[in-house]
Design a protein around this ligand. Sequence first.
Ligand SMILES: [Zn+2]
Length: 450
Amino acid sequence: MPTPSVYPQSVRAVSPALSPPVPLAPPPGPPSDPPPGHPISPPGEPFQGPPKAPLGIYAKSRPETLQDVGLFDPDTGEVLSPETKQAIDPVSVRLGRYVLQSQARRILGRDHRLFHCLHTRQRDRPSVDVLHAASSDSCYYSGLQTCASVWACPVCAARISERRREELRQAVNLWKAQGGSVLLLTLTNAHTRADALTSLLEGQQAALHRFFATRAGITAMSSLGRVGHVRAWEVTTGRLRANSNGWHPHFHILLFLRSSPSDPLPVWEDQLFGVWLRACELAGLPLPNRAHGVSLQDGSQASAYIAKLGLEEDRVSASSWSIEHEMTKGHTKRARNGETPFDLIRACLAGDDPQAARLFREFASAFKGKRQLVYSRGLRDLLGLDALLTDDELAARPDDDAYLLASITPEQWRAVKRADLRGELLEVARSGGPDAVAVFLLSLMSKPQC
Ligand SMILES: [Zn+2]
């Protein structure tokens, strides 16, 4: 097996100072392992040979050097300060997800699947692999266990949500191109600090079923020209407010209509409020009030709507929001009027906050097993979408253009975990390729263990 030093010359052209002082020993692995820099073959199929043109793509799409990224001093192998890392975006966003995940791991403990996510090696894999996806210019791990928790795990959530969002974006565009319209309906009900999240969710789920199933609901949706919907669930907590009303779960529902409604949206909003009020009553939920219980908005106004709620962690401005972001990344947003679940993790990072930790555990337990997006029956067929993949399938699916960039031995991986530098290693790999990974690992391995 060739050493990683054969990997792209273009990497060194981009980062001339990154030639490692010492070559990396080839990682162990079966003879059939593809060499670094070559495409990943599907499981069970032989290695397909070298990529057609990965190096040029790689060099063009990645203007930064490691020094630009600010993570790593190639002369000394030292990892730079967190302050340096935080100054850079989107690198700091990707690093931040691993920082949040480490904190979530501490909060949730060993009994949660997240504890092993991107920490523990898969039993049948001799090494931990770093893959590079050229199209997104990002690196990720293979050969590690993943939790596929779209609710609790910041790393898995980003990966899964991004894929769901892209599919939803295409579905909305396709429907609009065919003359249809899409509205954004938001539903919630009254709640207090005394309400447990689990009971609120159970009540809301029952109320939503009635919202679409009662005679009044069926009539309203038929009049609107609804052909289907996609619903997402979102929750924030108002614990920091003077008069906290506790958990605030709510639905965002994309209504797919045959055409734009003839009546103004406030007229429809009034009618739908009556339907939702009755549905909450039948479900035994505290009743919604007219001011906050129902909101009906044109899809094109979603950006403004989202800006009221706050910016999502990996978006630099409200202008980059779209309706699909709102639907798939609700729990990762940084709400201005309340805290998202990931804000609770941030609160724990900022200092000892047992209340935030308790609430995050309650959130993770209440949402465990719930689907992030639910398409109404028949809508996916109508939109020509493939069968819905599970969170596990989405989390495990490699990118189509992924290449094996470096392999890490179990001993090296233990050193990475000990130093809590999993995110940093990926950015080093992305910016400098296998040579930089070699220097990074050598630096880690040479440090005395405390
Ligand atoms: Zn995970």
